[in-house]
Design a protein around this ligand. Structure first.
Ligand SMILES: C[S@@+](CC[C@H](N)C(=O)[O-])C[C@H]1O[C@@H](n2cnc3c(N)ncnc32)[C@H](O)[C@@H]1O
Length: 301
């Protein structure tokens, strides 16, 4: 790993600037380096736009303190209501002297890496890849519904009938849907794609099947085509904010990648208005089931 500065996420430039050569290490940015690969005490400076989950945030901060040189600068920030108010205390708990400022609904905490930070390895172990007992699968804090079955995913799995041919699991998470799809011997290949590198790494560990291919990428930019089927539980949040456009983009992406007659099975929260875009993109749309606040649609190209 070269370069002496790293950045995690996309800190607003009005809050903290990272240098043009800063190495991006967010797992949510395809093409980024892995924060785990930063060498110990290799950086002069790191800026972290801290993620909202406590365990996930402490994991990123611990990697920051591990990889910044002793006396090097660590700047972390988060929106006040998404961990920002706890940030200073969390950094002080690592044995750092920290000061914070409030700006634009964020808390910004600056510190210098101490000689012997406290609890760094523990935070890295707590936030790293691990077997989630309730799922019985590899997962990692920060990944969607990382340690329990999401009810929407559960409804989709109950509804799933065996698929055939070439397909994709768009926004695959840790691979729950993909594992189920691959139980059908008629499936010839399955692309599992997610924007979260941690999810893709977990899915790789959870699925050992020569018919599967994994990609850390953005569904909106992926060019796979001629698919027989797509199954998905599309995201409705982008960077922590509800974003219906993202789910609609997933529907459009599924439609353009399916061959004529191909099928898309998707689950969504009942409150999300996806019917119009489904009708616009597909020739036949059927509501398969609705329960527990979720709905499953089958859309045929
Ligand atoms: C609602 S979760 C579903 C995860 C998994 N399929 C399940 O059902 O447990 C949506 C997934 O889409 C991923 N995602 C969000 N935006 C994406 C994008 N633009 N491209 C690819 N994946 C994305 C998220 O990281 C998340 O894993």
């Amino acid at each position: 790993m070269s370069g002496s500065e790293a950045v995690y996420g996309a800190p607003p430039s009005a809050l903290a600037r990272s240098g043009p050569g800063a190495v991006q290490v967010s797992p949510l940015m395809p093409g980024a380096s892995a924060i785990e690969d930063l060498a110990d005490h290799s950086l002069d400076r790191m800026v972290i736009y801290a993620p909202p989950g406590t365990v996930e945030r402490r994991y990123a901060l611990a990697h920051g303190l591990r990889s910044v040189k002793v006396g090097g600068e660590l700047i972390a920030m988060a929106p006040k209501d998404k961990g920002g108010l706890r940030l200073r205390g969390e950094i002080e708990a690592f044995g750092c002297a920290a000061g914070d400022t409030a700006r634009r609904h964020h808390r910004i905490v600056a510190t210098r890496a101490p000689t012997n930070p406290v609890g760094v390895q523990e935070a890295i172990a707590a936030g790293g890849p691990q077997l989630a007992p309730r799922l019985g699968l590899w997962s990692q804090p920060g990944v969607f519904s990382w340690d329990r079955l999401d009810p929407g995913t559960g409804l989709l799995l109950e509804t799933l009938t065996p698929m055939a041919g070439k397909g994709a699991d768009l926004g695959c998470g840790v691979g729950l849907i993909g594992r189920e799809l691959l139980k059908s011997a008629e499936v010839t290949s399955l692309l599992l794609i997610d924007i979260d590198a941690r999810a893709v790494a977990a899915a790789r560990r959870n699925i050992e099947d020569p018919r599967s291919r994994f990609e850390h990428g953005d569904v909106r930019r992926h060019a796979e085509a001629d698919l027989d089927f797509v199954v998905m539980n599309p995201p409705f949040h982008d960077a922590g904010h509800e974003d219906r456009a993202l789910g609609q983009a997933f529907i459009a992406a599924a439609a353009t990648r399916l061959k004529s007659g191909g099928v898309c099975l998707m689950v969504a929260n009942v409150g999300l208005p996806y019917e119009t875009v489904l009708q616009a993109c597909f020739s036949k749309v059927t509501l398969v089931t609705q329960a527990h606040g979720y709905k499953v649609h089958e859309a045929r190209r």
